[in-house]
Design a protein. Structure first.
Length: 61
C-alpha cells in the first residue's frame, strides 16, 4: 500500500524533444571539419626532432 501512495505522489515532468545522443543538458560538441591528413603530416615533420626522445624520457619508456 505504501508503494502505491509513493508512486501516486511522484510528480510527472514533461519531456522535451531530445537530439540524437543528447544524454545531458551540457554544451554540444562544436561542428568542425577534420584536419587534412596531408597537412597534418606536413606539420608533424616540422616538429622538434628531439621531441620523441624527450617524450620517452617523460613517460619512462
Amino acid at each position: 500500500m505504501k508503494d502505491m501512495i509513493a508512486s501516486l505522489e511522484r510528480k510527472q515532468r514533461p519531456t522535451g524533444p531530445l537530439r540524437p545522443g543528447d544524454d545531458e543538458g551540457g554544451p554540444s560538441r562544436p561542428k568542425v571539419d577534420r584536419p587534412d591528413t596531408q597537412d597534418l603530416m606536413r606539420r608533424m615533420r616540422r616538429v622538434d626532432p628531439n621531441q620523441a626522445r624527450r617524450y620517452r624520457q617523460r613517460t619512462g619508456e
